[in-house]
Design a protein around this ligand. Structure first.
Ligand code: ATP
Length: 327
């Protein structure tokens, strides 16, 4: 907790963009202005802080944005901010604009940066979890995750139609370099025959045997959902390993890629973003710093910033077992 009086805050989005970031910006700006705080937006995340890319924000600056994907404040990855010299420049600019505290909307990397900023300069900062990966400890869900799940599910339903028409094997890669949350839930939602995740490594012989059962015994189409960070090296690499195994049954690969990041946020993500963008500003007003505003068991919860990235959020292994039962 800090006793420092806050008159003016800065809001920014950083790292990979996620649908719902705009709704989170809107909630933070409007909660701040309702509490008579000045607000500045920083464009392009930490890089904008270093490059002095600040804009004044008011109630109407965030009108008509909550239904749009992307982020009106833009996002970036900044190598300069990883260096002490870059962070010194960022803090000089924050002070020049009379910023007393910041709201950081992003993923684990963004919160690592925020932790360093707080530890080095004591700068008050509260995080809002904005990433499609859902891999942050301290919140049941991150902003953008639900939209990404639905986007992937719709795409995979279409792939299933064509796979079924030809009795083909499709390897579909979804995002998730470190974590398999998207793969697990889209796999269940689309009835995938196999789900491959970094958290539950499967040997290539097991994968081959499972798919053989589907193809040679049941003779039907098959969908494998592969998280990009899976041990197999992703869908393209897995296809290479399996290329000689399925005879006349054709195999196809589809990497869903960045389409999972775009699109209008679902109602779930808009509400979550509204809740957490507002909770972050309230937390600053209540004297909290170096925490992330999240939702645990349907209730708002603050988690120390360093725990959000240093502790590992686990996938639900019961869901993984369920996937095997009902596939
Ligand atoms: P996503 O989960 O969607 O990828 P992210 O917030 O994890 O989003 P990153 O690119 O990992 O995205 O991090 C965003 C930025 O945070 C980095 O480009 C860098 O500027 C800053 N950052 C990350 N780690 C550190 C660190 N250890 N020290 C200082 N800054 C950091």
């Amino acid at each position: 907790m800090t006793a420092r009086k806050i008159n003016r805050i800065a809001v920014f989005t950083s790292g990979g963009d996620a649908p719902g970031m705009n709704a989170a910006i809107r909630a933070a700006v409007r909660t701040a202005t309702k509490n008579d705080l000045g607000v500045m937006g920083v464009r392009f995340g930490y890089q904008g802080m270093i490059d002095d890319d600040f804009i004044e924000m008011h109630h109407h600056s965030v009108s008509n944005i909550l239904q749009h994907g992307g982020t009106i404040l833009k996002s970036a990855r900044s190598e300069d901010f990883r260096k002490a010299e870059g962070r010194k420049k960022a803090v000089e600019n924050l002070r020049k604009h009379n910023i007393d505290a910041i709201v950081a909307i992003g993923g684990d990397g963004t919160f690592r940066g925020a932790t360093v900023l707080h530890d080095e300069y004591g700068f008050p900062v509260v995080g809002v979890p904005g990433t499609i990966d859902n891999d942050l400890f301290g919140t049941d869900e991150t902003i953008g995750y639900d939209t990404a799940l639905n986007t992937a599910m719709e795409a995979i339903d279409k792939i299933r139609d064509t796979a079924d028409a030809h009795d083909r094997l499709f390897l579909v890669e979804v995002m998730g370099r470190e974590a398999g949350f998207i793969a697990l839930e889209t796999g269940i939602a689309t009835g995938a025959e196999l789900i491959l995740l970094p958290e539950a490594v499967k040997k290539i012989d097991y994968i081959r045997d499972s798919l053989n059962k589907v193809f040679k015994v049941q003779r039907r189409s098959s969908l494998v959902i592969v998280a990009e960070g899976d041990e197999t090296g992703g869908a393209l690499s897995l296809a290479e390993k399996l290329k000689d195994d399925f005879g006349k049954y054709e195999m196809r690969v589809c990497v869903l890629g960045h389409l999972q990041r775009g699109g209008s946020p679902t109602s779930h993500d808009r509400v979550l973003a509204g809740r957490l963008g507002s909770a972050a500003v309230q937390a600053l007003l209540n004297g909290h710093t170096s925490v992330m505003a999240g939702v645990l068991n349907h209730k708002n919860a603050l988690t120390p910033m360093h725990k959000t990235w240093s502790e590992k959020k686990s996938i639900d292994f019961e869901l993984l077992e369920l996937a095997q039962v009902i596939r």
